[in-house]
Design a protein around this ligand. Structure first.
Ligand SMILES: [Zn+2]
Length: 93
């Protein structure tokens, strides 16, 4: 099983960029944020897209998603909504 891909920008993220992590996933702020606190939650194992994630990885991603939402709300009470999405395939960005 491939755990890292040297040509993958997500596999090469600097450790200092990580704002939260668990056993199977990390969270970082997006380098090109669409909105304030725009964050990315990425499995630590290299995968092609969300649908390649294992059930455990999906659960780990979900836990970080909930954690990041909570932390954003704690820092900025003016936040009233969230978008959660994934891009699958080049035509989807
Ligand atoms: Zn990767």
């Amino acid at each position: 099983m491939n755990t890292m891909n040297e040509s993958c920008i997500f596999c090469a993220l600097p450790a200092n960029d990580v704002i939260a992590k668990n056993d199977l996933a990390i969270a970082v702020r997006d380098k090109f944020p669409v909105t304030h606190s725009h964050s990315l939650i990425i499995p630590t194992r290299h995968v092609i897209n969300y649908f390649d994630c294992s059930a455990a990885e999906r659960e780990a991603i979900h836990h970080l998603l909930v954690q990041c939402r909570f932390e954003i709300l704690c820092v900025d009470a003016s936040v009233t909504g969230f978008n959660v999405g994934t891009n699958v395939g080049k035509t989807a960005g």
